[in-house]
Design a protein around this ligand. Structure first.
Ligand code: MSP
Length: 509
């Protein structure tokens, strides 16, 4: 039986069209899922859409359609973007699906029967765009502390979840499990938040109807976050606790943006505690992208549309850039200049050039056939050892969701390859027939190191890696065993590589 690995993205609201912020979380999840698959895990990768709530109801009203019509229309935009971005998810859950509604009702009933959901009255400040309630003291200058927009005072009958009851248990869990909330700075924020005291949470609404009815009282719909968070288990077939739920839960990592950490690191675990279900192993909150130094927003008309980027630069360049440019967990800035720079320097110069140089020399000196290496000398051994060490390091970094560092580590080996060519000077060796063995060894090391590099890169840039590997005559699947040194068989026919990434000379906009 393979070890399992369950990874999720947030489910995206259907009242917005996808932009690079959404693409970022999904891409990171895809890279990790592909990587874990390659390392032999049985991976379940979930994404989906969050289709209930007042915002969707309002957006549908103003577009003159039903909420479900709107959801059906927008969800296709997400799904087609995921296809273009080569996102290889296992399942896509929509919160309007029966399987989801059934699971949410079950969870709600279970927690209510336990006495942890009760009927009360609610009065507080509500931010409609954020779908969040705030206490008087949480407001910033009387406005929503998250988005700085005006809030309304709301009083309504509401069901409450006894979140306060779980405060100590949650704190103890966070403290006993340093990996539970990552990165560390975010973990500290949550610890302070919980220490300030957890209030009971309103988990139903009567002010709109687009949602899952409260079991037994359909005047109320279930609060969107109770509904949305539960997707992570309904997609596994919950309440059926056998099947996928039994196999994959608890989740290995929920990848999310920093703005929705509290929901994932406080609300969700306490719901699960109440339901007596195991908690997620890790919640990782990444940072936010600004665009050319500014917050991305519709009103500034600076929303970066991933389809446009893919058309202009190609899918793998976009995948590479987003994960390489900014350490996962920190905020970062998107600019065309930075993207073009990465393409020209990392992809065209370093990665692409190394492959072109090595395959061109193999064609020239060995008729396009992988030569038989002789004994490795010190310089070859150092290059081999660096390649082998990279495989080990990348594995640790991927477990920490340190995608940018993992790519840096791979690029050190690519740079070492270019340096190795300069230092061994194959063109000089080629002039001396007595140095044929030496030349063969150098060529072999170059090709073999790149076979391993491109195998690792298949998680990040699937199309490019397949192209590069097929130039190297390697058509076996990229898997765990393919990462060992020495598998490229002498006698294998290779192809002279076309540039993987042509340089972009034009001035970026
Ligand atoms: N529907 C909720 C999530 C429910 S999960 C049970 C939601 N949806 S969202 O569509 O608004 O946002 C989804 C994700 O996109 C969040 O993780 C958010 O952080 C991310 N991003 C939105 N804009 C972003 C940037 N500008 N930069 C990086 N990520 C951003 O929240």
């Amino acid at each position: 039986m393979n070890r399992t690995y369950y990874i999720t993205t947030p489910i995206y609201y259907v009242n917005d069209v996808p932009h690079i912020g959404h693409a970022y979380t999904t891409l990171a999840a895809d890279v990790l899922a592909r990587y874990k698959k390659m390392r032999g895990y049985d991976v379940f990768f979930l994404t989906g859409s969050d289709e209930h709530g007042q915002k969707v109801e309002k957006a549908a009203n103003s577009a003159g359609e039903t909420p479900l019509e709107l959801a059906d229309r927008v969800v296709k935009r997400f799904q087609s973007l995921w296809e273009r971005l080569d996102i290889d998810y296992t399942d896509f859950i929509r919160t309007t699906q029966e399987r989801h509604k059934k699971g949410v009702s079950h969870l709600f009933t279970k927690v209510m029967e336990k006495g942890d959901i009760y009927l009360g009255e609610y009065e507080d400040w509500y931010c409609t765009p954020c779908e969040a309630f705030w206490t008087e003291t949480q407001l910033m200058d009387g406005k929503c502390p998250d988005c700085n927009r005006p809030v309304d005072k709301l009083k309504e009958e509401s069901y409450f979840f006894r979140m306060s009851k779980y405060q100590d248990q949650l704190l103890a869990h966070i403290e006993a499990n340093p990996d539970f909330i990552q990165p560390k700075s975010r973990r500290n924020e949550i610890i302070s938040f919980v220490k300030e005291g957890l209030r009971d949470l309103s988990v139903s609404r009567t002010s709109f109807t687009w949602g899952i009815p409260v079991p037994g009282n359909d005047k109320h719909v279930i609060y969107v976050w109770f509904d949305a968070l539960t997707n992570y288990i309904t997609a596994l077939g919950y309440p059926d606790e056998a099947g996928n739920f039994g196999t994959y839960w608890p989740v290995d990592v929920h990848l999310i943006g920093k703005d929705i950490l509290r929901f994932h690191a406080v609300y969700w675990p306490t719901f699960l505690m109440a339901a007596e279900l195991p908690l997620p192993r890790k919640v990782f909150a990444h940072g936010w992208w600004t665009v050319e130094g500014q917050k991305m927003s519709k009103s500034l008309q600076n929303v970066v549309e991933p389809n446009m980027l893919i058309e202009k630069y190609g899918v793998d360049a976009v995948r590479y850039f987003l994960l390489r440019e900014v350490p996962f967990g920190l905020d970062g800035d998107f600019s065309h200049t930075a993207l073009v720079h990465r393409i020209n320097s990392d992809l065209a110069n370093d990665l692409g050039n190394l492959l072109s140089r090595s395959t061109a020399m193999t064609s020239k000196y060995f008729g396009g056939v992988v030569p038989e290496p002789a004994a490795l000398q010190e310089i070859d051994e150092a290059y081999r050892a660096k390649t082998v060490e990279m495989v080990h390091q990348v594995d640790g970094l991927m477990d920490e969701q340190a995608f940018s560092k993992a790519l840096q580590c791979i690029w050190e080996v690519i740079s070492a390859g270019n340096k190795y060519i300069d230092e061994t000077a194959p063109w000089t060796l080629a002039k001396d027939p007595d140095k044929k063995d030496r030349l063969a060894t150098v060529m072999y090391c170059l090709l073999e190191s790149q076979r391993i590099v491109n195998t690792l890169l298949s998680a990040f840039m699937p199309k490019t890696a397949v192209k590069a590997l097929s130039c190297l005559g390697w058509t076996s699947p990229a898997n765990d065993t393919a990462l060992a040194w020495g598998l490229l068989a002498p006698g294998t026919v290779i192809a002279k590589a076309e540039p993987l990434f042509p340089r972009i000379e034009e001035k970026p906009e």
